[in-house]
Design a protein around this ligand. Structure first.
Ligand SMILES: Nc1ncnc2c1ncn2[C@@H]1O[C@H](COP(=O)(O)OP(=O)(O)OP(=O)(O)O)[C@@H](O)[C@H]1O
Ligand SMILES: [Mg+2]
Length: 370
């Protein structure tokens, strides 16, 4: 998929591109700042399945060369016109945790955090790049004051791999950012109440709790959108390719009675809905439990669950999720933070969740350029 309308805009300001290399597809979004507004210039996605010899929509594990090849292809297909890039690092290649330190060490974090980090990181500290952000204070169970630091570690091998992808694809990566920060930047308004951002990818779903713009908690749930396809393929006796096509075409929405193919197609879509509902139920139940557990532990209510990721673009997903989850369910609308031609509004709203990470990266790069 690719769409370009950069020709509609003048070219004076600097354009930047956000690159999200997911397990099932690469997403790119090109933005430009124009008189303080953020203009969407182009976006596109390319499935990685074909580069790994598996079906579209499936998670893959690919060497840097193959990823670089796909990245070059999507950059060409989407008519990307800049090399100034920001690239996401998968959450699964990082370690994110909150560490609690005694008050008074604020000025010595550079010494204290790496020492403390040894307790949290399962590999030698020399093998990772460490980063940290103060996220506020709190009290221990005994009522003692604590400062809380969000610790982020990325393995050196991961950075090396992403550097080599960037150089093979001939882009200039200004920074690498763990996808959680990009997704949250694109998905949220500046609210105060804690909300959860839920990124539904191909093989897994990532769950982040965000409060006052800061990430409080994050973890991975082992259910993703490819599970729906694989289960539908088995239940309906169709190929994985057919199941993926039907999942994207019909989703959970009943097609109009006048659809070509008539009764047979309506029956297929009804079988598909049953299968998808069944396979979504463990994920939705786990999300509900995760929310309750968080609310009980922290003694505070989550304001909303904001869904992102390709899996959340399933037609009818929001409505189904809302029947199973008590907290308000929303879909992320990252393109809502950008200016685009009005006729694209509906398309961009529907595609938005898939592009949250890529939009979030490009937004940060624009901020950096000022
Ligand atoms: N229109 C659609 N309807 C339903 N599902 C869809 C649609 N478009 C994409 N998907 C599903 O979304 C999933 C991919 O989502 P996404 O692109 O966010 O994953 P990813 O970033 O590659 O994975 P991850 O973040 O876990 O590495 C695929 O399993 C695909 O089948
Ligand atoms: Mg992803």
């Amino acid at each position: 998929m690719a769409f370009s309308f950069s020709s509609l805009f003048s070219k004076e300001a600097k354009s930047v591109i956000g690159i999200d290399i997911g397990t099932s597809s690469i997403k790119v979004v090109q933005l430009r700042r124009d008189h303080g507004r953020v203009v969407l210039e182009t976006y596109g996605a390319i499935a990685l399945g074909p580069y790994a010899g598996v079906e579209i929509g499936r998670a893959t594990v690919l060497p840097a060369e193959k990823i670089a090849e796909a990245l070059k292809d999507v950059i060409r297909e989407a008519n990307v016109t800049t090399l100034d890039a920001a690239v996401a690092i998968p959450y699964s290649s990082s370690l994110v945790s909150i560490i609690k330190l005694p008050p008074g060490v604020e000025k010595q974090l550079a010494q204290v955090v790496p020492i403390e980090a040894r307790k949290y990181i399962p590999v030698p500290i020399t093998e990772v790049q460490l980063d940290w952000f103060e996220v506020g204070g709190g009290k221990t169970a005994q009522g003692e004051d604590r400062i809380e630091v969000l610790l982020v570690a990325i393995h050196n091998d991961t950075i090396t791999k992403f550097r080599s992808i960037a150089s093979e694809a001939a882009i200039q990566a200004s920074f690498f950012e763990i996808e959680v920060f990009s997704a949250v930047r694109a998905a949220l308004e500046h609210g105060i109440a804690p909300v959860a951002v839920v990124d539904m990818g191909a093989a897994t779903t990532k769950f982040y709790v965000v409060e006052r713009g800061l990430i409080r908690e994050s973890h991975i749930i082992n259910h993703g959108s490819q599970d729906l396809t694989l289960a539908a393929s088995r239940a309906l006796g169709i190929t994985v390719v057919q199941a993926e096509e039907r999942k994207r075409k019909f989703g959970l929405v009943e097609p109009p009675a006048t659809i070509t193919g008539g009764q047979a197609v309506l029956a297929q879509a009804a079988d598909l809905r049953k299968s998808i509902e069944l396979s979504l139920s463990p994920l939705l139940a786990e999300l509900s439990r995760t929310v309750s557990a968080y609310e009980q532990r922290m003694n505070q209510t989550l304001g909303a669950l904001v869904f992102t990721g390709g899996g959340a673009t399933l037609k009818g997903f929001k409505e189904l999720a809302q029947t199973k989850i008590q907290t308000e369910v929303r879909l992320s609308d990252p393109f809502g933070k950008t200016q685009a031609p009005a006729f694209l509004e509906q398309i961009l709203k529907e595609a938005g969740p898939e592009f949250s990470v890529a939009v979030g990266l490009a937004l940060r790069r624009l901020q950096e350029l000022g």
